[in-house]
Structure formats: structure tokens, C-alpha cells
Write a protein of this length. Structure first.
Length: 315
């Protein structure tokens, strides 16, 4: 589809796109359009499938007729990604097969575009893999680093997205939290819900009527006023680790959304310049793509150096 169209465009879905969610389909087609705008045109009914409104989670079927309204987009070639970033991402590839790749996403790089985001990982991947349909299979917060899985074809994308949805993919994280964690191993099962009026990626809250969320926290190393935690996610809700840690009175270091301002200032004075949250390991079972994939991403050097300073400090 043309990146810039002033008239309505109609697209017939083929078997390659069958099973893909309409929101993800539009994101892949409308490069340069903020996700917030894509969800807006879906909500307003400007996008139609077989002449009917659909929800963002609608899964496309072969033969579906998709109506896309006129809009101005930004060509990926018009976006100044920068060779240094592309070189860094090439060196950050942790695993690649015929079906998927796993990249060690840097902190500060958004996965998808949105308001205030000029360069995102999806555009970078488009530049890196010109001859392939590489699409991101799950989410990581912009300030979170570590293992991110991308599919190299539509069939793999569907299987991976289903695996993440079903909770069969093992996801382990490292995080630093405020205070001394008292219970060495703790399962936190608290439902999460987006605050009313929050946009995509907006603030979450604990709400009994929300979606189930299960996080397992394990204390690994104690510092004078903080604890290094190993965290395993059984579900993948937005900001899940950050909200669940905050609910236990131990907000994540560097978290400007749910964290403790005074604690963050102290950590910043010691050199922490980002959210201390890192996706350290991901394990995809054999049942998903025919082979087990187990990939680890080492803790970034700036976080390792920061922990060394914590070890030598009385704060």
C-alpha cells in the first residue's frame, strides 16, 4: 500500500495476513502513523472490515475487505534513523533462525512509534531487513532493555503472539527496587486495569475488575537501601512489574511513573540514568515453533557499573 494516500484505500486480505490482528496489520501498513492515531481511527469506525466496524483485537480472515481512510504518513526513508543506531542494533542480535530473531533492545528506544517518538524499533527493523517481513511479537516498555522477540513471517508471528497470550513463554527480568525486600520469594497476583482516559501505554492501576496479572519476585542481592530482584512474569500486562513492585512498597529504581521521587533522586545522584528494568532471559517452548529457543541478554554495562557503586556505598 502507498505510504501516502489522499483517497480511501481498499485492501483484500490474503492467506499471508490471515489471523493477524487488525491493529497490528494497520501498524505494519501505515509506517510513520502514530499508534495513537491508528487506534483513534479504529475507535471512530473510519477503518472498516467487510463494511463493518471492528475492534482492535479483530483477527483478519482470508478474503476480508479492509477499508483504510485517507491519511498522510511518513515514509521510513524520510526518518533519520542514523547508522550508529543501526550498527548498535545489528550488534545487539542475540539469536536468529528462519522463523524469528531475538534482539537486545536498548533502553530509551520505543518499540513502536507514537506521540513524541521520532525513531522506533519497528522502523529500524524495516531498514535492517529490507527483504523480510520482520514484525515485533510482544512488548517492552521504552525504558526497559533486554530480550525482544520478532517474527520473520506471518505464520510465526501468529504462533508467537498466541504463545505470549497463553503465558507459555518464560520471561525473566532483573530489577532494582527501593528498600530491603523482606520475603525472599513472593508471588503477587493482583489484577491490573488502565486508568480511565489513559492512552496506549498509559498509567495502570490495581483493580479487582481488571485483567489477571501474576508476577514472581525473588530477592537476589541486598544493598543498604535497595534490593536486586529476579522477576518472572506469568502474564504480560502493561507496566506489570512496576505496578506490582510498587504495590508491595518497593517501587522500581528510576521509575518516574510509579516510583518514589526521593529514592529516584538518590539513585540518580549515584549515576542511575534510566529505569532499572532489564529483560534478562526468554524461553520459547518447542511446542510453539518446533524447537525450544532459550536466549539471555547480559545486564547492560551502565547498570553493572551502577551496582558496583552501590556495593561501595553506604546509601
Amino acid at each position: 500500500m502507498s505510504q501516502d494516500h489522499q483517497t480511501v484505500v481498499h485492501i483484500t486480505i490474503d492467506r499471508q495476513r490471515e489471523g493477524q490482528r487488525i491493529d497490528n496489520f494497520l501498524i505494519s501498513q501505515l509506517r510513520g502513523v502514530p499508534k495513537t492515531h491508528i487506534y483513534k481511527i479504529l475507535r471512530k469506525g473510519e477503518v472498516r472490515v467487510n463494511k463493518r466496524r471492528v475492534k482492535p483485537h479483530y483477527k483478519l480472515r482470508c478474503g476480508d475487505a479492509v477499508r483504510v481512510p485517507p491519511m498522510r504518513t511518513t515514509q521510513p526513508s524520510e526518518i533519520d534513523i542514523g547508522q550508529a543506531l543501526l550498527d548498535r542494533l545489528w550488534s545487539s542480535l542475540l539469536f536468529e533462525s528462519d522463523d524469528l530473531l531475538v534482539i537486545n533492545k536498548p533502553a530509551g528506544l520505543a518499540v513502536h512509534g507514537g506521540s513524541g517518538v521520532n525513531v522506533d524499533l519497528s522502523h529500524c527493523l524495516k531498514s535492517m531487513f529490507l527483504d523480510q517481513s520482520v514484525q515485533i511479537a510482544h512488548r517492552l516498555d521504552r525504558q526497559t532493555s533486554g530480550c525482544l522477540v520478532c517474527a520473520k513471517n506471518i505464520a510465526s508471528l501468529r504462533r508467537l503472539q498466541q504463545a505470549f497470550h497463553d503465558g507459555v513463554v518464560k520471561k525473566n527480568y532483573w530489577t532494582l527496587v527501593k528498600g530491603l525486600w523482606q520475603v525472599r520469594d513472593l508471588h503477587v497476583a493482583l489484577e491490573l486495569q488502565k486508568l480511565p482516559g489513559a492512552v496506549q501505554g498509559g498509567k495502570m492501576r490495581i483493580e479487582p475488575s481488571g485483567k489477571p496479572a501474576l508476577t514472581t519476585f525473588s530477592a537476589r542481592r541486598y544493598f543498604p537501601s535497595s534490593t536486586l530482584m529476579s522477576v518472572q512474569l506469568a502474564t504480560g500486562r502493561t507496566h506489570q512489574i512496576r505496578v506490582h513492585a510498587m504495590s508491595q512498597g518497593h517501587p522500581v529504581a528510576g521509575d518516574d511513573k510509579y516510583g518514589d521521587k526521593s529514592f529516584n533522586q538518590t539513585m540518580r545522584s549515584m549515576g542511575l540514568k534510566r529505569l532499572f528494568l532489564h529483560a534478562a532471559e526468554i524461553v520459547i517452548p518447542k511446542s510453539v515453533l518446533g524447537e525450544q529457543v532459550s536466549v539471555s541478554a547480559p545486564l547492560p554495562e551502565p547498570l553493572q557499573e551502577f551496582m558496583q557503586r552501590l556495593s561501595n556505598s553506604t546509601v
